[in-house]
Design a protein around this ligand. Structure first.
Ligand code: C2E
Ligand code: CA
Ligand code: CA
Length: 734
């Protein structure tokens, strides 16, 4: 029969998992403790002796392996058997568990019978050990006299009278207080007290009240586990103490004195402190870790509410850190993180807290700031300091950081909201060009919310019937007819709201949904080509599709396109792709290769929004391009800005040099059209002729062959006559 209940500890961040294991072990007579994190496990281990620890591998904060390493870093705990609970039964997992110091493992889902057997074995082992120890202790007790017992006690024991004078001290007490027995027995116990405790007593000298005070104090203190209490030895050294006091009464029940038992816990405290440090700080950079950052921020927010002081949170993310890691290796990456951490620390005030909360993400908590200028100064200082050149094992690089700033005072938020606000602001700083700071604004919140709503509803839109395609004609002035169509996606959600492509395309690019979306557009357009194929009005026409840079970068794009064309049996010449100038320039090599494949197939390629990205002529020559589309912004500046008109003329010249078509986008007025006509720009697109039309509208337009847009051409002819310009089809105008 066990003489006491064995204790076991379940470490798992999921309450449900802990409950399941507890339930399985219900039949075993043990006391079960639970820890929801590695940190909590460490503090329980300091207080209890466990027969065995069941340790989950994957936990936020300290994971299972790290927790075992921390436990084993202290000799006292190395004997505790630890059983790892792993999710995968792979050999690597077991080896990793054993290497970390586990003695056994079980795999998830945990088999009740296996677990019960294992735990039973460990419990039995620990009970055998414990039983032997108890027997030993009992023997010793019987053998020793009272005096002997006191002398051999591992704790210091002091007898005191009602005034606190020491009447008895055992050898251990003498050793702990660095004094001979004779010396101790004349002293008052209060001389060992440091700090507030002794002052409290000193105010009231040798009276009845004093003795009551001492006992009150001793009693009170013994019931608290205040590990910060220190005593001072006779020779003046201080040590951390843990003590308790028993009151001694005479046979009438009157208090006549007390027995104080105490021990030096400095060593234990040092271990605890070291564990706290390991659990709270990032070993690479020595900054606070994520867990500690959260604790600190929670406290800081409570304090800010209480004292009505300003609290500011900075969120930092290194710019292009991944490139450095990829190109110079992880050692260089680690070194950079260390250097940057040191620099951040240099820029903040004492008392403010810098933490590393992710790979290359940092946070700074700034307390009690009285003005926004103060925050700006800190942010600017960090930006310039981080921006100084760095020597990474002989390679000189310059790094930079983007900072998001959220002020707690401005809106009474919870921790998650505050962190999110700083994160959103940081993200905005990135999109605004990096190497800068950005204060959080409510508008960003709205934008972020809108974005995440779009992301969720877009998934439904893709499955449902909410997406469609509109087609905008491309017109040749000289031929007075439609020469092609541009497919433009349209989204009307289930509430009948129209969401513009400029609002959801970037979101889809960010979330990866652009691939599914792009495929949907391809499918839909190909089916459309098929159904219009035999309409006389569609003769010789092609449809262009807008392609996002990400679609090309994924690799194998041309094969995907080829597959769809084959599936629908469509001639490649019916299809054209539009890519923006910035898209092709972002990964020019991959893009050039993909475009050559596609062009080989017979698919037309246009560069969209041309004129905005400063592509050099030499570069353009490397891409197989059929047309340049002059960005709408230049067209709308016709008649208003000479420089923009010059850009249009330059694009025309580039087109002529390279022998490729030029299309003007967004043509709305006679005046714009006249200007374009005057510089021999033949191809136009825009509201002047037609807005994008839905499928039915497009079909009608195609069927009106011969009379299509004749009213518009008439309108323009009249304008030309009225303004004495050269008539249409009269040849070139320059
Ligand atoms: P974009 O390729 O430059 O398309 C031209 C945009 O200008 C279209 O807006 C069109 O409706 C509009 N537009 C045409 N003529 C005029 C005009 O005379 N005046 C004015 N003010 N606007 C005119 P939309 O349809 O809202 O599309 C915006 C952008 O979204 C497109 O710019 C394109 O980059 C992107 N997009 C549209 N559909 C798709 C798609 O299926 N896939 C991808 N990746 N992007 C698409
Ligand atoms: Ca386009
Ligand atoms: Ca465009």
């Amino acid at each position: 029969m066990p003489t006491y209940l064995s204790k076991i500890l379940i470490v798992d961040d999921q309450a449900a998992n802990r409950l399941a294991i507890k339930y399985m072990l219900e039949k075993i007579n043990i006391k079960i403790f639970e820890a929801a994190s590695g940190k909590q496990a460490l503090s329980l281990i300091l207080k209890h002796d466990f027969a065995v620890i069941l340790m989950d591998v994957v936990m936020p904060g300290l994971d299972g392996y790290e927790t075992i390493r921390l436990i084993h870093s202290t000799e006292r705990f190395q004997q505790i058997p630890i059983v790892m609970v792993t999710s995968y039964g792979t050999k690597e997992q077991y080896i990793k568990a054993y290497e970390a110091g586990a003695v056994d493992y079980v795999t998830k889902p945990v088999e009740p019978i296996v677990l019960t057997n294992k735990i039973n074995q460990f419990v039995e082992l620990s009970q055998q050990r414990e039983a032997a120890q108890i027997a030993q202790r009992e023997q010793a007790m019987v053998a020793a006299s009272m005096e002997g017992l006191l002398n051999s006690a591992g704790e210091g024991i002091l007898g005191i009278n009602l005034t606190g004078e020491i009447t008895f001290a055992n050898p251990k007490a003498c050793a702990l207080l660095h004094a001979r027995k004779e010396k101790l027995t004349q002293k008052n116990i209060q001389i060992f007290f440091t700090s507030a405790a002794s002052q409290e007593i000193n105010t009231e000298p040798d009276t009845e009240a004093l003795s009551t005070n001492i006992f009150k104090l001793l009693r009170r203190k013994s019931s608290l586990t205040d590990t910060n209490e220190r005593w001072m030895t006779v020779t003046g050294e201080t040590f951390y103490v843990e003590y308790s006091c028993e009151i001694i009464r005479n046979n009438k029940g009157q208090q006549i004195g007390g027995v104080v038992t105490f021990q030096n816990i400095s060593e234990r405290k040092a271990i605890e402190d070291r564990l706290t440090r390991l659990a709270n700080y990032d070993p690479l950079t020595n900054l606070a870790n994520r867990a500690y950052f959260h604790d600190t921020l929670t406290k800081a927010m409570a304090r800010s509410r209480r004292t009505d002081s300003k609290l500011v949170l900075l969120f930092l993310d290194l710019d292009h850190f991944k490139d450095i890691n990829d190109n110079l290796g992880h050692d260089a990456g680690d070194l950079l993180l260390k250097i940057v951490s040191r620099r951040i620390n240099q820029c903040i005030r004492e008392g403010d807290v810098a933490a590393r909360i992710g790979g290359d993400e940092f946070a700074v908590i700034i307390y009690d700031i009285d003005s926004l200028t103060g925050v700006v100064q800190i942010a600017e200082k960090i930006i310039t300091t981080v921006n100084q050149p760095v020597d990474l094992f002989g390679t000189d690089i310059t790094t930079s950081t983007s900072i998001g700033i959220a002020i707690f005072d401005d809106y009474k938020t919870n921790l998650d909201e505050l962190v999110k606000a700083a994160d959103i602001a940081m993200y905005t700083a990135k999109t605004n060009g990096r190497n800068r700071y950005q204060f959080f604004k409510q508008k960003m919140q709205q934008r972020a919310t809108k974005k995440s709503r779009i992301q969720v509803t877009l998934a439904q839109a893709l499955d449902g019937n909410e997406l469609s395609i509109s087609y905008q004609p491309k017109i040749s002035l000289k031929k007075s007819r439609v020469i092609g169509l541009e497919a433009l996606i349209r989204w009307t959600n289930s509430n009948g709201e129209i969401i513009a492509p400029k609002d959801f395309i970037p979101v889809a690019e960010e979330s990866g949904q652009i691939h599914a979306l792009g495929e949907w557009v391809f499918e839909r357009v190909c089916r459309q080509i098929k159904s219009w194929q035999d309409l006389p009005g569609f003769d010789g026409l092609s449809i262009s599709i807008n392609i996002s840079a990400l679609q090309l970068k994924a690799g194998g794009f041309h094969r995907q396109v080829e597959g769809i064309l084959n599936k629908h049996e469509i001639e490649p010449g019916r299809l054209e792709l539009e890519l923006t100038e910035t898209a092709i320039m972002s990964k020019p090599l991959i893009t050039a290769r993909e475009l050559h494949f596609l062009h080989e197939l017979g698919i037309g390629i246009s560069i969209d929004d041309f004129g905005t990205g400063y592509t050099s002529l030499n570069y353009l020559k490397r891409f197989p391009i059929d047309a340049l589309k002059i960005d709408q912004r230049f067209i709308s500046a016709i008649g208003l800005d000479d420089r923009d008109e010059d850009v249009i003329k330059i694009v025309m010249a580039i087109g002529r040099t390279l022998g490729i078509d030029v299309i003007a986008e967004g043509v709305e007025t006679n005046a714009q059209l006249a200007f374009l006509y005057s510089i021999d720009c033949d191809l136009v697109q825009g509201y002047f002729f037609s807005e994008p039309l839905d499928q039915q509208g497009t079909t009608k337009m195609l069927e009106a062959i011969g009379t299509t847009y004749s009213d518009r051409f008439d309108n323009f002819k009249r304008y030309i006559n009225d303004n004495n310009l050269q008539p249409l089809h009269a040849g070139k105008l320059h």
